[in-house]
Design a protein around this ligand. Structure first.
Ligand code: SIN
Ligand code: CO
Length: 382
């Protein structure tokens, strides 16, 4: 994968001046880029049951229509005024997953997925806001992109029950994007992309969990681990003469009781690492029919015609505090001094030669780690 041609910018300057602050268009950030997947392959993905897709179309009377996949054919949509959007294409297209490696100056956990759209002339989803950062890379075709600043006076429009738009905004970027151009849009900045000709757009969307998501995920984790059964207690209680009142001390004691669970650093690091590596979309996990044995894995590393490959789109990370663990797709693999190096390689999610893997196999713990990861279907032999 080539890297971003930043021009006068650098990743440092980008983070300081633009990230979460203002939109940016980098013309020819990836010269020669036409797309990581062809329009007909994208259409093929939209025919699959387990892949989330939708078509947003504008009718001649300017009303909007939304249809959800899987689609059987696209003929009825005609040649203009519609966009096909397919979620998490990086879970199915390795070339698309590799677009994420353009952004290694931001931790991988911060990135969610790559959504790909194919738009016919005049196709778009209308002016709207997203609550997360997005980089939109233009593949083949041309599209007019307008991006504005956050504006509290904009009104929400629901032109269709499945479509949320905003009223007209004043653009601060108004440009035609061509193959290889990269647009960055921070959260809550109104934007609108209208295709000029058949066009592919690759949206690298960032993950920004809401407080609500985090609290409900935390509650789920407590329930899963059976750790929420502990009850409030108050051995320090003194006599009240106003039994109908909820006193400030009681409120604060109950709050402390709840916060105690949140401030358990080991538990929280585990929870958040699991939460952040869970995929929000179906993954093509490759679980072996019969679990591999350690002996089999030791045999694989002798074969230099194969390699170990992570499943496309899988999310992994290593967390060092307060203990060292590797997390893949919400699963925890405990690491030791002996397995940290292999753990880091697995978290980096790049294919690994058998020669490289073999260099770790003198330690049984590493062989066990690789075997576990293969048996979960998170990595496979190619
Ligand atoms: C699109 O590619 O049509 C939609 C991208 C976006 O505005 O979030
Ligand atoms: Co958007």
């Amino acid at each position: 994968m080539q890297s971003i041609n930043w021009g006068d910018l650098t990743p440092e300057k980008f983070l300081k001046e633009y990230w979460q602050k203002k939109p940016l268009l980098i013309k020819q950030a990836l010269p020669n880029f036409q797309g990581s997947i062809a329009a007909d392959e994208l259409a093929g993905l939209a025919m699959e049951q387990e892949i989330e897709s939708r078509i947003i179309a504008q009718n001649p009377d300017k009303s909007w229509n939304v249809e959800h996949g899987p689609f059987e054919d696209f003929e009825k949509f005609g040649e203009k005024n519609w966009t096909l959007l397919v979620q998490a294409v990086n879970n199915w297209s390795r070339d698309t997953d590799q677009l994420i490696s353009l952004f290694t100056f931001i931790p991988r956990w911060r990135i969610d997925d790559v959504m790909v759209s194919f738009s016919t002339p005049n196709g778009g989803v209308g002016a709207h806001l997203d609550q997360y950062d997005v980089f939109i890379l233009q593949g083949e075709g041309k599209r007019r992109w307008q991006v504005g600043a956050p504006d509290a006076t904009l009104t929400t429009l629901i032109p269709h029950p499945d479509l949320k738009q905003v009223s007209e905004f004043t653009p601060i970027i108004d440009e035609v994007t061509e193959a290889g151009d990269l647009l960055y849009i921070p959260p809550n900045h109104p934007h609108n992309g209208v295709s000029i000709e058949n066009s592919l757009n690759f949206s690298i969307g960032f993950q920004a969990p809401s407080n609500q998501d985090l609290w409900s995920g935390f509650a789920d984790k407590l329930i899963d681990e059976d750790l929420g059964e502990h009850r409030f207690s108050d051995p320090q209680r003194t006599v009240t003469n106003r039994p109908y009142r909820l006193e400030e001390t009681d409120i604060s004691n109950i709050k402390s009781f709840m916060l105690k669970q949140l401030s358990d650093d080991k538990f929280f690091a585990q929870y958040i690492s699991q939460y952040l590596t869970q995929s929000h979309h179906t993954l093509e996990l490759l679980i072996p029919m019969k679990a591999f044995t350690i002996e089999q894995v030791l045999g694989f590393v002798e074969n230099d015609e194969i390699q170990f490959t992570p499943v496309s789109g899988i999310k992994s990370l290593v967390c060092y505090t307060p203990e060292t663990n590797l997390f893949i797709n919400g699963d925890k693999f405990q690491l030791t001094d002996k397995t940290i190096e292999l753990g880091n390689i697995l978290a980096e999610s790049l294919p690994m030669t058998t020669e490289k893997a073999k260099s770790f196999m003198s330690c049984l713990k590493n062989t066990q780690l690789l075997t576990n990861v293969l048996n979960k279907g998170y990595w496979y032999i190619e």
